[in-house]
Write a protein that binds this ligand. Sequence first.
Ligand code: 4NP
Length: 188
Amino acid sequence: MSASDSDIPAAALAREHASMPGDESKVKVLVVCLGNICRSPLAEAVLKHAAAQRGLGDRVEVDSAGTAAYHTGEEPDVRTVQVCKENKIPIDHLARAVKPRDFLEFNYILAADRQNLSNLTRMKPKGATAIVKLFGEYGDGKVIDDPYYGGMHGFQKAYEQCLSYSNGFLDAVVGETPKAHGKKAGQL
Ligand code: 4NP
């Protein structure tokens, strides 16, 4: 959270946001984990790629952030970069912390696990407009386990979950399936 944002009262943030020109045709999504170097930059990259593959790149805007600030400014973890490379997913992100303004600027804030979901619920300013939920609710309802202290297997599993939840999100919220673009459901 930046010092300037944390100093802005929630009501003032809400008023400022209400007066900002918004692009109603876009769905803005923020994916959140703890450090914003492993799971959420992976989820951001996978969701962006899945949207682009459906021809929805212009309609879905994706960013990611962490509920903790200790990796601010860092590139994604090398294992996140590796799993993206193996799956031909472009990734380009520098870690940042969640800030109060995010709850007004994004339509959806999707948490990787329940700890981060409860942190987000606590951070939510009054007047927040974002829908805050578990990313896994767009799939099997599971959490994306923290892969930081493990090996590549955890990152591969996180990638598969991100792919499933991204497609679930696009199906549910943006309403077009890969089939509509000549591909089988679930296939990127
Ligand atoms: P992430 O993973 O929340 O998926 O980015 C972690 C990254 C760093 C740490 C923990 C989890 N850490 O303790 O530094």
